[in-house]
Design a protein around this ligand. Sequence first.
Ligand SMILES: Cc1ncc(COP(=O)(O)O)c(C=O)c1O
Length: 394
Amino acid sequence: MQSLQLLQRRLDTIHERHLYRQPRVTVDGAEPWITINGQRLLNLSSNNYLGLATHPGVKAAAAAATQQGCGAGASRLIAGTFELHGILEERIARFKGDERALLFSSGYVANLSVIAALAGPGDLILSDALNHASLIDGCRLSRAECQVYPHCDLNALEALLTQSTQSSHARLRLVVTDTVFSMDGDIAPLAEIVELCRRYDALLLVDEAHATGCLGPGGRGLIAQLGLPHSGIITMSTLSKALGGFGACVSGDSLIIEYLVNTARGFIFTTALPPTVIAAALAALDILEREPQRAEQLQAHGAFLRRGLQAMGFNTLASTTQIVPVLVGDSVRALRLAEALRQAGVFTVAIRPPTVPPGAARVRACVMATHEREDIAYALEAFGRVGRRLNMVE
Ligand SMILES: Cc1ncc(COP(=O)(O)O)c(C=O)c1O
C-alpha cells in the first residue's frame, strides 16, 4: 500500500537524522534509582521531583479511593463530578491563591483546551519561543494569530504588544509562557511579563508544570515566589510532576474558570478524572504542606549538580532550577553522551529536535528531593569521567 510505504519512508528519515525514539521499559521508573534491562541506574530523568509518586501515604490514599470506583464513569458535566473533584479544586485554588480552579485530564489537554477556549480567529496570542509543545499545539488549535517572541525577550514582547494596539484587528490578547522552561531549567521574567500584560490589557496563561511543588513558599510556584497579583492570570499546574500523580488543574479568576467550564472542549468532552487520582493529589498536597523541606532539598540538589557541572566546563545554559541541561549541540553527540552515562550507571535522556531547536541537542538531568547528596556526587563523577573521555570537557 502506497500510504504505508510513505509512512515507512518518513520513519526511515527520522532514523537517518538520529531522531528515532522509543519507550524504555522500567519497573520502578519513578524511584531515585531505577532498573532498565536489569541494570541499576541513578535516575536523572524523572519529574517525580519530590518522591510523592511512590510515597506510602499517597499510595494508601489512592488505594482507599478505589472504594468509590476505578473510573468516574462519565464526563464532569454529565454524571462524573464526585465530591472529591470539588474538594481538590477548592484546595488547589487556595494553594495557588486563586479564586477558583478546574481539573483537566492532563497538562497537555489543559493547555490545548484553555488556549483554544480563550482565543479564536481574529485574536492574538504571543508565545515564548521555548514554550512547551502543549502550549504551541494549543496556539495552533485556536486558529488565532500567533506570534512567537524570542525566549524571555521582554523588548520583543513589548514591541509585539505595542503593535497589536495599533491594529483594530485583535479582539483579545493572550500571552502564554512556561514559568520554568522544561528543557532549559530557566525561569521566565514573570514580574515584568505580568506588568506588560497589565499595561497592554492582555490575559496571561502561565504553565507552572515544573514550578508547582518545586518553587516558591511551600512549593506554590513562581507567581507565589514573586508575590505577583493574580487578576487576569490563568495558571496551569500539573498533578503529574512534583505532586506525583496524574492530571492537571487550571486556576484563576472565577469568571475565567466559569467561562472554561462552558467552553473548554478538553474539559467538556472527556471522562472525569477517577477518584483514585484525586485522592492521590489531595494526599500529596497534605505532605507538601507538612514537609516544605522537600522543595528546598530539591533546589539544593539542583544547585549542587549545576555548580559541579559548570566547574567541569559543561554548558548548563541559564538553568537555575531542578532541571539542569548539558548542551552539546549535535544530536549524535547527545546520544553518545547519554549512552556513555548509562554505561557509567546514570540514566539521562538525549533531548533532540523537535523537542529543542536544531543544533541545541542536550542531555537533560533532573534531580529529585529523594536523591541523597552522594547520588548527585556519583552523577558528577560520571559526567566528569565520561565528558573527558568524549572530549566534551577538559
Ligand atoms: C511545561 C510542560 N507543560 C505541560 C506538560 C504536560 O503535562 P502532562 O504530562 O500532565 O500532560 C509538560 C510535561 O510533559 C510540561 O513539561
